[in-house]
Design a protein around this ligand. Structure first.
Ligand SMILES: [Fe+2]
Length: 182
């Protein structure tokens, strides 16, 4: 049986690829290349529509509250810290969207703003995924009853049907990774 945490780890792997592409984009923009508008749009939509609107919700609305309830005080503090980091990451994603231009290029200050926001977001996402995979998911697998895990998988499916699934995003992110991460 797939555990709910396996589903979340698979989301993380896809997000790690998307962030690697975004960092490659930022490196080129920093070096003076034209802002890649179409690829940037796909990445920003993935972050906003999947990472923030689907993946973070799986964790903040389902996993986190249960882990805080079944776990000890340390787990409750970890859940609080993760929710704070996710809010920061969501704000950074929102800021990045403001830099996106349908055509034309970024001004020098916009280039700086875009690339430093990407750097901050990459740091936050690394930290979030590390804390979740090393601590939160391990605790959930240990202390949360199996019935809850099954319920989460059903809720994950419903959320993805409503807001977009990782399966839909995966080929688009793979295609970007194949071009940008050579
Ligand atoms: Fe996560």
């Amino acid at each position: 049986m797939q555990r709910a945490t396996d589903n979340l780890r698979a989301d993380h792997a896809l997000t790690t690829s998307a962030m690697a592409v975004l960092r490659a984009v930022a490196r080129q923009v920093r070096a003076g290349a034209l802002f890649p508008s179409a690829d940037g749009a796909v990445l920003l939509r993935y972050l906003r529509e999947f990472v923030v609107a689907v993946h973070f919700r799986k964790e903040s609305e389902l996993l986190g509250p249960a882990a805080a309830m079944y776990g000890d005080e340390k787990t409750a503090a970890l859940v609080g810290e993760l929710m704070r980091l996710q809010d920061e990451a969501a704000e950074l994603v929102h800021s990045l969207v403001l830099f996106w231009e349908p055509e034309g290029d970024l001004t020098p200050p916009e280039r700086d703003g875009f690339t430093s926001t990407v750097d901050l977001l990459a740091q936050r996402m690394n930290r979030i995924q590390e804390l979740e995979e090393d601590q939160l998911f391990v605790t959930c697998d240990r202390v949360v009853p199996l019935d809850d895990h099954l319920g989460w998988l059903r809720d994950f499916t419903a959320l993805e049907q409503e807001r977009g699934s990782s399966a839909t995003w995966e080929p688009r992110i793979r295609e970007l990774a194949a071009r940008w991460l050579r």
